[in-house]
Write a protein that binds this ligand. Sequence first.
Ligand code: LMR
Length: 330
Amino acid sequence: LAACGGGEEGGGSNKSSEEYTAENPLIIKFSHVTAIDSVKGQAADKFAQLVDEKTEGKVKVEVYPSSQLYGDNDELDALVSGNVHMIAPSVTKMVKIDPRWQYVDMPYLFEDEEHVQAFFESDVAKELMNSDALAANDIKGLAFWPNGFKHFSNNKHPLVTVEDFKGLKFRAQAGQVLEAQFETLGAGSATIAFGETYAALQQGTVDGAENPYNNFDTMKFYEVQKYLSTSQHGRLDYAIFVNKSFWESIPADLLAPVEEALAEATTYAQELAAEENAKSLENVKASGVVEVYEMTQEERDALKEALQPVYEEFEEIITPELIEGINALR
Ligand code: LMR
């Protein structure tokens, strides 16, 4: 992405707050790719509702879910050009701007939800959010929202040992770390947009995928996958990014309640994520169409061991500071 300014629509407005009313509100366009009932979908709607309440309708957040406005290939470009004001991508997608965001894909880097939350509140996370790379693209990072641990699924056979991955092809989100993860397991991968993943699994373009239970459930991937293993091998989490020029043009007395709403929506997302993922695992089991294999700790440890070469290859790119910083929060 080229560094550029706010773009034609990105400059927001230099109006004073008095010019915004419930009839003529300031519009914040928020685009995302998951379903309305997903963790991200619910938290986005909560944010919109809180902004409406706190600004008495003077600021309206228009939420566009399900890749309706932009898919995950183009939402970042749309943010940079100011055609959308706010996105909440899976942080993997930020690899286009700063490869360090692939920290999230490093196998078994995070131990549990508490570890992830400690990272969100850490100095290393703040450093990533405040990086020059984002500012150079007129992007401002505002908050982290969790989703959950990813788990492997596929259509051929249960995935238990490393050998089971050989020769299979998986859908990947983006980036070289995920590509290397599958390669290290002897599998292939293809980068496919989230909104096109159901069709790719249905048509057999790929055999498998990796998702948090909630995405697997709310996207109905269980309809087109036969086996799910509780591998818990990586994370899928979000960060809230806004077009910096647009954001800074919001009158201060309207920005304060909007930022308050975001802080509350962030707490909401943090409370919701683990619970929704647990519910989704139950839904998937209840669907009766997917065989869920519960991996033992020993089986996960064997996968972790097999995936160590990914660290050798990417530690310098993700940076030892970031990886060690995350490890220190265990
Ligand atoms: C994906 O591509 O798997 C993710 O971006 C989906 C999500 O949760 O946003």
